[in-house]
Structure formats: structure tokens, C-alpha cells
Design a protein around this ligand. Structure first.
Ligand code: ADP
Ligand code: MG
Length: 255
């Protein structure tokens, strides 16, 4: 029998991501301990918590960059296991945006966006270029398409990184502190891009301490500490009335 942990948690059958009793160790150190998280299609989750609480590790396990030790992770209906022969079949459904943009410096903006659709999805160059230009237009950066990453601001590069992920037409987007390496004046343009995606109905898991974004966009805020999910609630409830001392202490520090 599958159990639901709370009334507002979607059933696992409709889940895009289902994490169950997840444990991840690095040597003797347990980075994730019994983590359960279910994300339905179209849901937006903001994941927050102190540094070292396991947020990146959780995101990296969901994208199978890290192998978990026990528990289950099911992404778009496919279970991630050590024995997987075709991890790319899952990974191409999952878009990932990191703190550092990781664009290929020797490729133009549009070429950065064309690469994976050609290599992984098998699109022709023409198809990939058309798709890339459409997505670059959507994040309002198409006028930079023929420039190189080094010619763009940090905020623009991060929007290109988002566009590049979108060109794979992922079913879920994972963000790991996408604005924390940016100068303050560039944060808004990236958050605006993410809000646009949210409005378009994208399923999103966002590690961010941008609480304005969380209030506006999140269906649920998930608060982690020391490798476990300590609290989860809708943003209004989480910010107004955090239940645990740990969440209260965290909010006092960041707000
Ligand atoms: P957060 O993203 O919440 O700041 P992380 O998921 O990066 O936290 O890290 C959680 C814990 O796991 C930290 O104590 C970190 O030092 C540890 N950790 C993360 N990656 C590794 C690794 N590759 N090897 C050893 N320890 C790691
Ligand atoms: Mg992190």
C-alpha cells in the first residue's frame, strides 16, 4: 500500500517525481536520511534550508548525478536504479539549471541551445535552430543568439542556461540556487524568467532562498535540515507560522 503523508500531497501515480525513503551517504556521513517527496505535474516546489542540509544532494539524486544508497526515486514513471542501462532516457526529461551557468564558451548562444537536441533528441540542425530561436524568444534573449557566452552578463547567461534546458522539452525543471552567483541587479530578470515558466505550467523544483519568488510561485515550500525534510507547507503558512524551531531560526536569518 502506498501511503500519502499529507492531504495536499499528490498521489504517486500522477507524480512526475516520486522520492521514497531516500538515503544517500558519502562514506560514513549520511547526507539524506529518509527523504520522501512527491511532485505532481505542474507543481512548483521551493526547497530551502541551511547550507549543508542536503538540498543539492537531493536535486542531484533526482537527476541521477549522484547514486542513492537506498529508497526509491521514480522520475516520469521510470525508477532510477544502479542497473539502469539508459539513464539518458530519464535525464532528457529533466532540465537542470545550476548556480554556475556552465555554458560552452566556444559555442554561440544559439549553438549552446542546439547541441543537446541534436545529440540526444536526434533533431536536424535546422529543426534544432528553429526550436532554439523559439525558446530564446520566449526568454526574450533571441537578439543575443549569435553572441558567445563571454559577451553576455551573468543574468543573460543564466537565462540562456534556462533556455538551453527548455530546448530539450523537459517534463520537469530542477533549479539549484540559480540566482545566488548573480549580482543583485541581475537576480530579477532570472526570477522573472522562472516565473514565466511557472505560469506556463512547468513542473519545477527550485532550491532558492528568494522568498519573494517562493511566496509568488510555490505550491509548497519544503524545508530541509540535516538531511531530512523537517517541514512542508504552502508558502503563506510556512512564512507566517513555521512549526519548528529550526524553520523559525532559518527564516529569521534570511528574511
Ligand atoms: P546544501 O545544498 O543543502 O547546501 P549539500 O547537498 O550540498 O547541501 O550537502 C549536504 C551535505 O553532504 C554537506 O554536509 C556536504 O558537505 C555533504 N556532501 C555533499 N556532497 C558531498 C560529496 N561529494 N562528498 C562528501 N560529502 C558531500
Ligand atoms: Mg547546495
Amino acid at each position: 500500500m502506498l501511503q500519502q503523508t499529507a492531504v495536499n500531497v499528490p498521489s504517486r501515480s500522477s507524480a512526475i517525481v516520486a522520492v521514497e525513503k531516500l538515503v544517500k551517504r558519502f562514506g560514513q556521513f549520511t547526507a539524506l536520511n529518509d527523504v520522501n517527496l512527491t511532485v505532481a505535474a505542474g507543481e512548483k516546489i521551493v526547497l530551502c534550508g541551511p547550507s549543508g542540509s542536503g538540498k543539492s544532494t537531493l536535486i542531484r539524486c533526482i537527476n541521477h548525478i549522484e547514486r542513492h544508497d537506498s529508497g526509491r526515486i521514480v522520475v516520469t514513471g521510470v525508477e532510477l536504479t544502479d542497473r539502469m542501462t539508459d539513464i539518458n532516457s530519464v535525464r532528457r526529461e529533466v532540465g537542470m539549471v545550476f548556480q554556475s551557468f556552465n555554458l560552452f564558451p566556444h559555442l554561440s548562444i544559439v549553438e549552446n541551445c542546439m547541441l543537446a537536441p541534436i545529440k540526444v533528441r536526434g533533431l536536424s540542425r535546422k529543426e534544432a535552430r528553429e526550436r532554439a530561436m523559439g525558446v530564446l524568444r520566449r526568454v526574450r534573449i533571441h537578439d543575443q543568439a549569435d553572441k558567445y557566452p563571454g559577451q553576455l552578463s551573468g543574468g543573460q547567461q543564466q537565462r540562456v542556461a534556462i533556455a538551453r534546458a527548455l530546448c530539450m522539452q523537459p517534463k520537469v525543471m530542477l533549479f539549484d540556487e540559480p540566482t545566488s552567483a548573480l549580482d543583485p541587479e541581475m537576480v530579477k530578470e532570472v526570477l522573472d524568467t522562472m516565473m514565466g515558466l511557472a505560469r506556463d505550467g512547468m513542473t519545477m523544483i527550485c532550491v532558492t532562498h528568494e522568498m519573494g519568488f517562493a511566496r509568488e510561485v510555490a505550491d509548497r515550500v519544503v524545508f530541509m535540515d540535516r538531511g531530512t525534510i523537517v517541514e512542508e507547507a504552502d508558502p503563506e503558512t510556512f512564512f507566517r507560522a513555521p512549526r519548528t524551531e529550526r524553520a523559525k531560526g532559518f527564516l529569521q536569518q534570511i528574511i
